[in-house]
Design a protein around this ligand. Structure first.
Ligand SMILES: [Zn+2]
Length: 68
């Protein structure tokens, strides 16, 4: 699982591969190949590698979503 700290969004690794192919074919965007967010150009965080920090990020994002 990858996470973009700026967009507060996480994306599954399998999905990154699919999205990367699609973005490259359709728009010529190759940012996902270098694991950068195609939206904000921020570097993705690999949540599997930094479980504690990543979980904190994810919880924070969740709380933010729940708050009206
Ligand atoms: Zn982003």
């Amino acid at each position: 699982m990858y996470y973009c700290p700026r967009c507060n969004r996480s994306i599954a690794k399998e999905h990154v591969e699919v999205a990367d192919r699609e973005l490259r074919d359709r728009f010529g965007i190759t940012k996902l190949s270098s694991l950068r967010c195609p939206v904000c150009d921020c570097e993705y965080i690999d949540l599997d590698k930094v479980k504690e920090g990543g979980r904190r990020h994810a919880d924070k994002a969740k709380q933010k979503d729940d708050t009206p």
